[in-house]
Design a protein around this ligand. Structure first.
Ligand code: S3P
Length: 739
């Protein structure tokens, strides 16, 4: 069906939507002719005059005979009658589709009229509109970059679905498929309820005696909130009648929430109000974005944010990179579980730390901010968390999922932890297994991967655990579970890993003992709110340490960087390679060592990286591989198999990228062998891994031609404004398509 040339498109109902569909496809020349049907003679006349259709028909049967596609764009309550009429005609091979804002009622009507859903009826709903209406407002570009939801039915002819899909895409729409019921629930909540509220608010205020006063002083808030009350009343009355059940469900849930807010106002409960408002504000800014990416955008195409890194340049000046990711996560977790109000400064406003923040808001913690790195956490105490309303979505963040699993294993309620495509591939048995030994009940997805379902109400018992791998996440997870487990919990690590959890627990007044490679907590103590200053993240600074080392003529000062000895492997490795790095103004801030780091360009040489430095530089290897590519001679890394289970398989992905740029890089089971040499230009893929994207941006400093880096959106997980800061320092990287 798709192969043969399309003959006739029939659009029944020449309003804004039907007219725009007809005009767009007519402009594209996808059909030999576009025929309009409308009860209104003036609309028919205008449609021809404005070039919306080639011609109009008054006789439905004549219009539809031999048609390829019939688009039903009549008001939603007229759909039933129209479907009844169509069912009596011989529609031949025609594919039927519609644009109704609710789908359940249309599908029901089709089923009744046709005695079962016709195989070639593909229900659809373009989420587009305009304050203007009627065929005179028809615009062939109306659907460009708008979502169109198709709700294919069981028994639909796949070719019919493919055809309708293709037509919408030809109009520039983002097409998605959804189940009918799901569509109606989603639209009831995101579109129908807000319209009802806007109509209701305006009417309620307008009815009052003092309404003139009210409208005279109604400023921005009223205007913004009620803009949609200017929509077509007849159309909306249709929609509410058509989607009655779903609207009622969402309205009832909303009424409960509204009542709760009323009670809070009545009781002077500012805490409750602040909780709702801060959650809402954050949700609007961030969570909808995170969610939107998960639910709606296919990472393979439309989400491909490309960095273009131009060759050459040198670094100079002084910069402060964003706050430490590990410490930011922990500040939210411990601040939430503390008694009292914790102030955080320098918080990393990246998506990973924000995912942790949102998780605690979902569990009832009131958190103000972040605003310019400041966060205020109204702690609820170790036993004050509330059941979240749904699964906790943790985006790209392995740290959130692994640390939270320890905490949540000990709560009285169930939780489900989910993440994006990358997180969904990462191993979680490393935490689930020891937690189960402590008495936790946790289910994982296949092969120990997310989602994690954690059953609440379990009694945990402290234990000793010898970690098979050097992982701060596993250690921290068990220590957090240990805050709740009977008796003592201790963890021994095979090599030193970052100790931010131990340090911060102490900062909150919780006793932790560390003897050699064993950290130990016992339950029964409490966390007391404190002030936290998050230093700049050495993992983000690492890109600049390498950049200024490899770019000739550079001298750069990185301010206020966390130099906890469990994190400074990158400095040690670079120094072994000959880098010129000095620490200045060393001090301790809130229990964490901090320094300004000066780095000047230097001639690097290849080395065998000492294995004991691997856990101390675990996140910095992608950019260290770039340093190795710029060094003279061979660099060999061993004992780093953990790199294969990070946000991407960092050994393979870096080897592929370096090879694509003409660098000899040979992956091994637990490391890589890199021969220093010239770096060419070319295309590389970061596989959604923030650190890979930033590493290749740095590589361009020594490349002979531009490097195009695909799939860079996740840089926002750890380094907001990387592009801005990189350019400020002298790295010539930009987002392709932007200035
Ligand atoms: C982290 C620990 C490390 C590190 C990650 C952050 C932490 O992971 O790679 O980026 O905050 O505890 P592992 O514990 O898996 O090594």
């Amino acid at each position: 069906m798709v192969e043969r040339p399309l003959n006739r498109l029939v659009v029944i109902g020449l309003g804004l939507i039907g007219g725009s569909f007809a005009k767009g496809l007519r402009d594209k020349g996808l059909f030999r002719e576009v025929v309009g049907v409308d009860l209104d003679a003036e609309s028919r006349r205008l449609a021809v005059e404005l070039g919306v259709v080639d011609r109009c028909e008054t006789d439905l049967a004549a219009a539809c005979r031999g048609a390829d596609v019939i688009q039903l764009a009549v008001p939603i309550l007229a759909m039933e009658k129209l479907l009844g009429e169509l069912a009596r005609l011989d529609l031949g091979e025609a594919v039927l589709t519609d644009v109704g804002s609710a789908k359940g009622n249309v599908v029901r009507a089709a089923r009744e009229s046709f005695g079962g859903v016709p195989a070639r009826f593909v229900p659809g709903h373009p989420i587009a509109g305009s304050e203007r209406s009627g065929v005179e407002a028809a615009n062939g570009e109306l659907f460009r970059r708008h979502k169109v939801i198709l709700t294919p039915l069981e028994g639909n002819d796949p070719a019919a679905l493919a055809l309708i899909d293709r037509l919408w895409r030809a109009l520039g729409a983002d097409v998605e498929h959804m189940e009918v019921e799901h569509h109606d629930e989603v639209l009831a909540a995101t579109s129908h309820l807000p319209h009802l509220l806007a109509f209701a608010l305006v009417d309620s205020l307008a009815k009052r005696n003092e309404n003139l006063e009210i409208f005279r002083y109604a400023a921005g808030g009223f205007r913004d909130f009620t803009r949609i009350a200017g929509s077509d009343p007849v159309m909306w009355h249709d929609i509410f009648l058509a989607n009655r059940q779903a609207v009622l469900r969402t309205l009832d849930a909303f009424r409960d929430d509204l009542d709760a807010l009323r009670d809070a106002v009545d009781a002077g409960d500012g805490h409750k109000l602040l909780g709702v408002f801060t959650r809402a504000r954050f949700a609007r800014e961030h969570f909808s974005k995170i969610l939107a990416r998960r639910a709606y955008v296919d990472a393979m195409h439309s989400n491909d944010l490309i960095y273009l890194a131009n060759p050459g340049g040198s670094l100079s000046g002084r910069i402060r990179v964003p706050g430490d990711k590990s410490i930011s996560h922990r500040s939210i977790m411990l601040g939430s579980l503390a008694e009292g109000t914790t102030q955080v400064e320098g918080f990393l406003e990246g998506e990973d730390a924000l995912a942790t923040l949102q998780a605690f808001r979902d569990m009832g913690v009131v958190i103000e901010g972040p605003h310019h790195g400041k966060v205020t956490i109204h702690g609820v105490g170790l036993h004050g968390l509330k059941p979240p309303p749904g699964p906790l979505y943790l985006g790209n963040s392995g740290t959130s999922m692994r640390l939270l699993s320890g905490l949540l294993a000990a709560q009285p309620f169930d939780t489900v932890l989910t993440g994006d495509a990358s997180l969904s591939k990462r191993p979680m048995s490393r935490v689930a297994k020891p937690l189960r030994e402590m008495g936790a009940v946790i289910e994982t997805g296949p092969e120990g991967r997310p989602p994690l379902t954690i059953r609440g109400g379990q009694k945990l018992t402290g234990m000793h655990y010898d970690m098979p791998m050097a992982s701060a996440q596993v250690k921290s997870c068990l220590l957090l579970a240990g805050l709740y487990a009977a008796g003592e919990t201790s963890v021994t690590e095979p090599a030193p890993t970052r100790d931010h959890t131990e340090r911060m627990l102490r900062g909150f007044g919780y006793p932790v003992s560390v003897e050699g490679s064993t950290a130990r907590v016992e339950s029964g103590h409490k966390l007391v709110a404190t002030h936290i200053e998050v230093p700049a993240d050495i993992s983000s600074a690492a890109f600049f340490l390498v950049a200024a080392s490899i770019a000739e003529g550079s001298e750069l000062l990185l301010e206020h960087v966390g130099v906890n000895p469990t994190r400074t492997g990158v400095i040690d490795i670079l120094k072994l390679m000959g880098a010129d790095i000095t620490l200045e103004n060393e001090r301790e801030v809130g229990g964490e060592p901090v320094a300004d780091i000066r780095v000047r360009s230097a001639k690097l040489k290849g080395i065998d990286i000492p294995e004991d430095l691997v856990p101390l530089a675990i996140d910095e290897f992608p950019v260290l591989f770039v340093a190795a590519a710029c060094a003279e001679g061979r660099t060999v890394l061993r004992g780093a198999e953990e790199l294969r289970v990070k946000e991407s398989d960092r050994i393979q992905v870096m080897a592929d990228g370096l090879n694509a740029l003409g660098v000899k890089a040979e992956p091994t089971a637990d490391g890589i062998i890199i021969e220093g040499g010239p770096i060419g230009g070319g295309e590389v893929w970061s596989h959604g891994d923030h650190r890979i994207a930033m590493s290749f941006s740095v590589a361009a400093l020594r490349a002979t031609a531009p490097i195009r880096i695909h799939d860079c959106a996740n840089v926002a997980t750890s380094f907001p404004n990387f592009i801005g800061l990189a350019n400020q320092a002298g790295i010539r990287v930009s987002v392709e398509g932007e200035n």
